[in-house]
Design a protein around this ligand. Structure first.
Ligand code: BGC
Ligand code: NOJ
Length: 815
């Protein structure tokens, strides 16, 4: 019997975890705008404002034993017996009589019972606010009155999370707090150049508080047995240096059957620099703004309404597409969890998770553009703003910084530069946005280069320069130069690193590097054809771009085809990579997916041959591995890819991001069973019964699943922040279910598994609602042969945009 750690509750859009000791902490995200946090199923995690590195509010300890230390901890104490416990299980790990964690969309609720006391804590960030609410409900299920103590606790981070973790000689002396009216303000560095504080407030009169960590915990103690909780009495400590914490102590007596509510609010407040002190010049924090917000959010009715508003906003967002297919895992992922993960990747890029520390990465240029592919339909206005932010960091050459910081929106080279695929993703993201919205005006929007005032050109020219960037950098086989790397950050063909520990991403490359990428060639074809479409939208012909795409496709067939699959690259010396000529790394998945997606060989059998090779050599029961055979020794001419042990990460794991490219390719060549089969193999919900092996959350995609040459084949890592989210949503909804926004309308072109009798869907598109039903005889594969709109057959499968506000009935028959 597979061990399960919980189950889906689709009606409430929640995953319900029923035992606290999940294989790894299973996390969720709080916040959708500016105040964010991660929270595990046992209340671990941390919070920050906008930038996880520069405005970290609470501490968390990565890479630490026991795992998942630091969180939003509440302790309950029975004052008659002195027994105390954590209603979220961590950090005391007292064995609870019952336990349940419900991770919902942007909220988490943890419930438990112990010694006849039921506790339920709801955590969420209200819309429009820069704070998080913890609503604790306690119910006395005993026959007699219960005298209880409630202790809250957070450990403040001294704002810059990186400095906080290393610069102790300074940090142990800078910490400051201000406790006023029962509210704990974390005020470190406010006296000097900061004009923001964190606050932690409680709805009930306090029996005490603590703000100095060692006073609350006691010497040589951890969060599992704080001295203050053990003795049932706070110390009233005021932190001067060392480690500021926030802890409230509330005493309650509950009659049998009585329920009480205690609300805690943890927030971030910025004051205008001129008015930061009260009275002016005093050095005392101006608290008027914060006090108003706090008093509002400590009221139960505000919390109830705020939570309702959050739930409704998700109902609205998810209304973009609802599907009803014969497969429950598909429905659940498409209707709930996959769009949710797309929002999270849109917000976080690759910065904040249990695998990303929030200190070393900003927003990836390539990553954020791909995230838009999954997000554009959900919230077009936010997608538009992001697109313009991304384009504003583009360089005048058409090239791109590899990342930018969310707080400043400025590009930087901190994690490397010269990845020659980067700029092309901007074209794909812009095209996706335009197809969704029809907002052609965005192409004329003036956008600067590298945020330089005075450098603006229309967005359209940014896209032209992005495509030109590739054409300006072609190698000996007329294929694009790879630069530092392409989508595969670890294929560092001009790097030649032989120094231990050196970063492959930032090491200076050989200046004359002429290694070429077949992957970028495929991506270029795709981008150039998209750009041709946009050119036509503006009254041009797009012919130049179409011709450039055709020419590149010819180069791919001539120099990139290995006989049974697409090659991966040519290295610095002109030797082929990803070929039957190689002893290791003979076939890579990326060019098979992307070249077919770009249409190469779809009409002459090359595409299906490549996909057959994928099935023969790369497919496993846990998904498609990135490369085979894995590299067993270090290849200085290939770089980081060969630094990983076989079967992990880029060296032949199931790198999930690439799998949907193959699904799309299979759909493009009309093989619905193969496409859907690959979809199911990595669908987290479909893998739920493998939780013991898979180990990561069953409600979101992970970046990788250990490959067939790994010792732990089937084990997932790097859950949540991965381009897998956007691409899988694209693959299943646009190519398998076939509901695809195009510049001129909504395409209905399903390529379904043969066994399905069809499906129904509701899609909101440019303000109109499309009620779609697809019917086909079970057992038949194939594409739609007849599409009708409001009962009238149309020519082809493209449904023209309907008037905003209207509802359109679309029927498609596969026969
Ligand atoms: C990882 C890649 C990642 C790269 C850039 C490498 O160590 O293997 O997946 O894209 O770092 O941050
Ligand atoms: C993760 C990175 O975030 C992404 O940009 C890259 O394409 C993949 N790793 C593959 O290397």
């Amino acid at each position: 019997m597979p061990v399960r750690y919980g189950h889906f509750d689709d009606d409430r859009r929640e995953y319900v975890i029923t035992r606290p000791d999940t294989p790894l902490p299973w996390i969720n995200y709080l916040g959708t705008e500016a105040f964010f946090g991660i929270i595990s199923n046992t209340a671990g995690g941390y919070s920050y404002y906008r930038d996880a590195r520069l405005r970290r509010i609470t501490r968390y300890r990565y890479n630490n034993v026991p795992a998942d230390t630091g969180g939003r901890y509440i302790y309950l104490r029975d004052n008659a017996s002195g027994a105390y416990w954590s209603p979220s299980w961590q950090p005391t790990q007292r064995k609870l009589d019952s336990y349940e964690c419900r991770h919902g969309l942007s909220y988490t609720q943890i419930s438990s019972a112990y010694l006849g006391i039921r506790a339920q804590t709801l955590y969420f960030v209200p819309i429009g606010e820069t704070l998080e609410v913890w609503r604790l409900r306690i119910r006395n299920e005993r026959d007699e009155a219960a005298r209880l103590s409630v202790f809250s606790s957070v450990e403040f981070c001294l704002w810059n999370a990186q400095d906080d973790a290393v610069n102790f000689q300074r940090n142990y002396s800078t910490g400051e707090v201000d406790v006023s009216g029962g509210v704990i303000y974390h005020t470190t560095e406010y006296r000097e150049r900061r004009n923001h504080v964190a606050y932690f407030a409680c709805s009930e009169p306090l029996a005490g508080f603590d703000t100095q960590r060692e006073e609350f915990l006691g010497a040589y103690r951890g969060w599992d047995r704080p001295a203050a909780v053990e003795r049932g009495e706070s110390g009233g400590s005021i932190a001067h240096g060392w480690a500021p914490v926030g802890s409230h102590h509330v005493r309650l007596t509950l009659a049998p059957g009585e329920t009480r509510e205690v609300i805690f609010v943890l927030g971030y407040q910025e004051n205008p620099p001129e008015g930061k002190f009260d009275p002016p010049g005093s050095g005392v924090v101006q608290k008027k703004g914060a006090e108003q917000v706090i008093s509002r959010w400590l009221r139960p009715a505000t919390v109830t309404d705020g939570f309702e508003q959050l739930r409704e906003s998700w109902t609205a967002l998810l209304g973009t597409l609802r599907v009803d297919t014969p497969d429950a895992d598909t429905n659940r992922m498409v209707n709930i969890w996959n769009p949710y993960q797309c929002l999270v990747t849109f917000l976080m890029s690759r910065s904040v998770s249990l695998f990303e520390s929030g200190v070393d990465r900003g927003m990836g240029f390539r990553d954020s553009n791909q995230d838009l592919l999954g997000f554009a339909a959900l919230a077009p206005a936010r997608a538009r703003a992001r697109l313009l932010d991304l384009a504003s960091t583009q360089l005048p050459t058409g090239g791109a910084y590899h990342q930018f910081q969310p707080l400043t929106k400025r590009g930087n080279n901190d994690i490397g530069s010269g990845f020659n695929d980067d700029p092309l993703w901007l074209v794909l993201a812009a095209a996706a946005y335009l197809k969704e919205t029809g907002d052609a005006g965005i192409l004329d929007e003036p956008v600067p280069y590298d945020n330089e005032p005075g450098s603006a050109t229309p967005l359209y020219e940014h896209l032209e320069r992005a495509v030109q960037y590739t054409l300006d950098r072609l190698g000996p086989h007329s294929l694009p130069l790879i630069g530092r790397a392409d989508w595969n950050d670890c294929l560092n063909l001009n790097c030649f690193s032989d120094t231990p520990g050196e970063s492959f991403q930032t090491t200076v490359n050989r200046a004359d590097g002429s290694a070429e990428s077949v992957f970028i060639a495929g991506l270029f074809i795709l981008a150039a054809r998209e750009l041709a479409g946009l050119a036509q939208l503006r009254g041009g012909s797009g012919d130049g771009y179409l011709a450039a795409a055709d020419k590149m496709a010819a180069a791919v067939v001539e120099h990139g085809w290995d006989g049974a699959w697409f090659r991966r690259a040519y290295d610095y010396f002109g030797n082929v990579v990803g070929s039957s000529e190689n002893d290791e790394g003979q076939i890579f998945v990326e060019p098979q997916g992307i070249c077919v997606l770009a249409g190469v060989g779809v009409d002459n059998g090359i595409a299906t041959r490549a996909l057959d090779s994928v099935r023969e050599r790369l497919a496993t029961e846990h998904g498609i591995v990135l490369v085979h055979p894995a590299y067993r020794r270090y290849h200085v001419e290939l770089g980081e890819i060969s630094s990983y042990p076989p079967g992990y990460k880029e060296n032949a794991s199931v790198f999930c991001h690439t799998n949907p490219w193959v699904m799309i390719a299979e759909a493009m060549v009309g093989r619905g069973d193969a496409a859907f089969d690959y979809y199911q193999r990595i669908n987290p919900s479909a893998r739920e019964s493998l939780s013991e092996l898979h180990r990561c959350e069953p409600y979101v995609y992970a970046q990788m699943i250990a490959g067939k040459e790994a010792a732990t084949h089937g084990e997932a890592k790097n859950s949540w922040l991965t381009g897998t989210a956007a691409w899988n949503l694209v693959a299943i909804t646009q190519w398998i279910l076939g509901i695809r926004a195009e510049l001129d309308g909504l395409r209905i072109d399903p390529v379904l598994p043969a066994a399905w009798p069809g499906f129904t869907a509701t899609r909101r598109f440019r303000g109109a609602t499309y009620e779609i039903s697809v019917r086909k005889p079970a057992g038949l594969a194939g594409r739609a042969s007849l599409v009708s709109v409001d009962g009238e057959p149309i020519e082809g499968t493209l449904v023209p945009p309907a008037a905003p506000g209207s509802t359109v009935i679309v029927e498609a028959i596969v026969s």
